[in-house]
Design a protein around this ligand. Structure first.
Ligand SMILES: [Zn+2]
Length: 87
């Protein structure tokens, strides 16, 4: 265990996107309460992801859409799930 000091390990396949520079977190603004918060991303789940996550501040549900670009940076969009039911 003395070599491998130059970091060029050919078996480094942990990130499917780019070369290990994929974003693992993103700063988002809650569409309900307006709080800026950081959410964790999972680059291993694919280039395009869509899931529901609750705001850690006001606990209301977001529809989260994540798109990874070619350079591994993530574009994150939040939609308020409640908006569809306008009474
Ligand atoms: Zn909120």
């Amino acid at each position: 265990m003395t070599d491998n000091s130059d970091g060029s390990d050919p078996a480094d396949e942990e990130f499917p996107i780019g070369d290990g520079t994929a974003s693992t977190e993103a700063e988002v603004t809650c569409p309900y309460c307006g709080e800026i918060t950081e959410i964790a991303l999972d680059p291993g789940s694919g280039n395009e992801q869509e899931y529901v996550e609750d705001c850690p501040v006001c606990c209301r549900p977001w529809q989260v859409m994540v798109n990874y670009r070619g350079d591994g940076s993530a574009s994150v969009e939040l939609t308020a799930l409640d908006e569809e039911s306008d009474e």
